[in-house]
Ligand binder design. Structure first.
Ligand code: OOG
Ligand code: NI
Length: 453
């Protein structure tokens, strides 16, 4: 049995940084085009920052600039409740908690999901790495024999290495890991996310599962939940989108999420199409193919309050009536519909549509609180209000990302049936509410200034 002996426990944020760097290195080696994406994003960010001094200043103030270059999210798809429960414990060692519940069945994808991510302002500032984690819902496969077979295949696999499990137990027992153990833990965990070009099933089984849904085959037929994309953060996604084809990367037609704004909100995303990869099936010497892995780019803006989110949802569904139109037409329509959404930070703030982090400008003293309300102090320039960045995902966008990587041919429909309780039972705990997390960051910034929230 391993113990910590006299070594010092390293904080979870350091381990998460090691993990996100190791994942990025692995993916860069596995998926060539991902390196091109990273270059595009680095170029777009230096271009944007060079021409926007006030953005640079605000991002410095909120510690957003430091984390920009190491900002990613990734995604995995798990097969069983027990895989999800263990994964939840693994991510906890890296300071990542499950936030929010996403039902993708509404979009014809037989999974539900959560996002594992750091939750405090401090941890998000060090490294915001998140993993969008889906759990397959075999109950949505209607052929009972196939469902049973898929369940048996999944029950027989073990996606974690013995060392990862051993170090997990050690971390839980001791309240953390030393740096050396942390490095070993990250290396062992990486094995779970690696691509395996050898399927665990024969080609007939693969095809039957693939016919049920491409995603079912992706989850069931392999040794583990290969990381299916990683996503760097750009400050100008329109530039990145235009740049992709110029650099030989086949971009998805539409950017998901809100339109381009002067005051960016939530999350905009684009991706390149999943690559066709060669796979060897059991009992056969010939090589087949599977498409699963892709690359994505995201641009993040301000987190919206429940009122802001409700307005976003309403406008998005209005704009999506034009989906299926030519991309330019859809974009024009989206921008026109979103003209109803306030587009300066101050309007968003005053309307209570978005979350802000408040800090003291030069010259502010606590006695100033006697001289005016928060709004007056902000208007006098004594208090600065910076956007709190959205750290989560968007269900409609996530569905669009899933769909664009299913080749556009997968047209399943499921009766929409969110099952948050079932998901949480599998997870072994409840998911956190994203709004409370943003609210807390805003609230503590106000109380630190001696102001009432
Ligand atoms: C996850 C798709 C969702 C996002 O950024 O919205 C996602 C998947 O394809 O497994 O990553
Ligand atoms: Ni993604």
């Amino acid at each position: 049995m391993q113990t910590l002996q006299n070594s010092v426990i390293v904080d979870a944020d350091t381990l998460r940084t090691l993990f996100s760097e190791a994942m990025s290195d692995m993916y860069r080696e596995e998926v060539q085009q991902y390196s091109t994406l990273l270059e595009i994003v680095a170029d777009s960010n230096s271009k944007t920052l060079a021409s926007n001094e006030s953005l640079r200043e605000a991002m410095t103030r909120t510690n957003d600039l430091n984390r920009l270059a190491q900002e990613y999210h990734g995604a995995i798809r798990l097969g069983t409740a027990s895989e999800l429960a263990t994964m939840c414990r693994m991510f906890a060692v890296l300071g990542m908690q499950p936030v929010d519940y996403y039902d993708l069945s509404v979009a014809g994808v037989p999974v539900h999901a959560t996002a594992f991510r750091p939750v405090t302002k401090q941890a998000l500032g060090v490294n915001p790495f998140r993993i969008f984690t889906s759990l397959l819902r075999l109950e949505l496969v209607d052929n009972p024999a196939l469902r049973q077979q898929a369940q048996e295949i999944l029950d027989a696999r073990n996606i974690f290495t013995a060392q990862a499990l051993e170090l997990l137990e050690l971390a839980e027992r001791e309240g953390g890991l030393s740096l050396a153990q942390g490095k070993a833990f990250v290396a062992a965990l990486l094995e779970t996310f690696r691509w395996h070009s050898e399927a665990t099933v024969d080609v007939q089984t693969y095809e039957r599962l693939h016919d049920a849904h491409r995603l079912v085959a992706d989850v069931v037929c392999f040794r583990g939940p290969h990381i299916n994309h990683l996503t760097p953060r750009t400050l100008d996604i329109d530039f990145a989108q235009a740049e992709m084809p110029k650099r030989g990367v086949q971009a998805k037609l539409l950017i998901e999420g809100p339109p381009r704004r002067s005051a960016p909100i939530l999350l905009r995303q684009t991706s390149f199409k999943a690559l066709e990869e060669s796979v060897r099936f059991q009992g056969s010497s010939s090589i087949g193919a599977h498409t699963a892995r892709f690359g994505e780019i995201e641009q993040r803006g301000i987190a919206l309050t429940p009122a802001g989110m409700a307005l976003y949802d309403r406008l998005l569904s209005e704009a999506r009536q034009a989906i299926g139109a030519e991309p330019e037409e859809y974009e024009q329509n989206l921008a026109a519909v979103f003209a109803q959404f306030p587009d300066t930070q101050e309007e968003l703030r005053q309307a209570g549509l978005a979350y802000f982090r408040y800090s003291a400008a030069e010259g502010y003293g606590t006695s100033d609180t006697a001289h005016g309300s928060l709004d007056q102090l902000v208007q006098q320039g004594l208090i600065l209000a910076d956007p709190i960045i959205y750290e989560d995902f968007l269900p409609v966008s996530a569905a669009g990302i899933f769909q664009s990587n299913l080749g556009g041919t997968e047209q399943k429909e499921y009766v929409s049936n969110a099952a948050k309780g079932v998901f949480e039972q599998a997870l072994g705990r409840q998911v956190l509410d994203k709004f409370s997390l943003y609210e807390e960051i805003q609230h503590s910034s106000l109380t630190a200034l001696g102001l009432q929230a």
